[in-house]
Design a protein around this ligand. Structure first.
Ligand code: GLN
Length: 247
């Protein structure tokens, strides 16, 4: 049976608003397809096994938690992470984790946490938090449904460098910065987003997109179809409710 390794960055510190549901979704969908999934917990001080990871997950965290992890990220994990991603592993990073993929995250008090600089983006906190349900148009990714649904709660405003492509365009919600209509980032096998909820249970099409991207280098494609009637019904209900009551 083919191994499928999910690398969970800072499970004890960067894990809010149901982010753990993304790990469960990646693992269970791999199991349903006859793969042998394992979760490698990559907390502070741990870098062992990073080279074996197929999909990294980096969840969200309040400013306090981001302050607790960024030094370990830069000093211990940056180099093997960069190497694994260059080898074709995938990354899904949500909110606080997404912000630390860029050059820096600056808090509302002006404190700056340096990021991995993997992507040409930066984040600065605004005075008002962006909170609420979100609907994103991801037709640019060729996914079906062409939407993602989730929940956001962040003070950071993220700005993408000119060569970076967003994950999608905001239909409902603030997304990256509440100004330019973009949400998240899609750069090769690296996906960043502000969508908590958790994200993947109600967006199985994105879970498969990221898993397929990671397994491409191991020739495990295509992923067989699964019965997603329940997941997609939940997606549709949230989407249609939010579109009807647009904020
Ligand atoms: N602390 C960051 C912010 O407020 C990220 C928050 C989060 O991960 N939800 O923007």
């Amino acid at each position: 049976m083919k191994e499928f390794v999910v690398g969970w960055l800072y499970p004890d510190l960067m894990n809010i608003y149901g982010d753990r549901g993304n790990i469960l979704t990646l693992v269970e969908r791999a199991r349903w397809r006859g793969l042998s999934p394992t979760v490698l917990e990559l907390g502070k001080g741990v870098r062992e096994g990073i080279e074996s990871v197929d999909v990294f997950f980096f969840g969200g965290g309040q400013d306090r938690e981001q302050a607790l992890v960024y030094d370990d990220l830069l000093e211990l994990k940056a180099e093997p992470l960069r190497h694994a991603l260059a080898e074709g592993a995938a990354m899904l990073a949500v909110c606080g984790g997404y912000q630390l993929l860029g050059h820096y995250y600056q808090t509302a008090e002006g404190e700056r946490f340096p990021g991995l600089g993997l992507l040409d983006l930066h984040t600065e906190a605004g005075q008002k938090r962006c909170i609420g349900n979100v609907v994103v148009d991801v037709s640019g990714l060729g996914l079906e449904p062409t939407t993602l649904v989730g929940f956001e709660n962040h003070s950071g405003r993220t700005f993408l460098g000119k060569d970076l492509k967003p994950l999608g365009r905001v239909i409902v919600g603030s997304g990256n910065n509440g100004e330019d209509g973009t949400e998240g980032v899609a750069a090769g096998t690296i996906y960043g987003t502000y969508l908590h909820g958790s994200l993947l249970p109600k967006n199985p099409h994105l879970a498969d997109h990221i898993t397929a991207a990671a397994l491409k280098r191991r020739g495990v494609i295509p992923l067989g179809p699964l019965d997603d009637a329940l997941e997609l019904e939940a997606h549709r209900r949230v989407r249609d409710r939010e579109l009807a009551g647009r904020r």
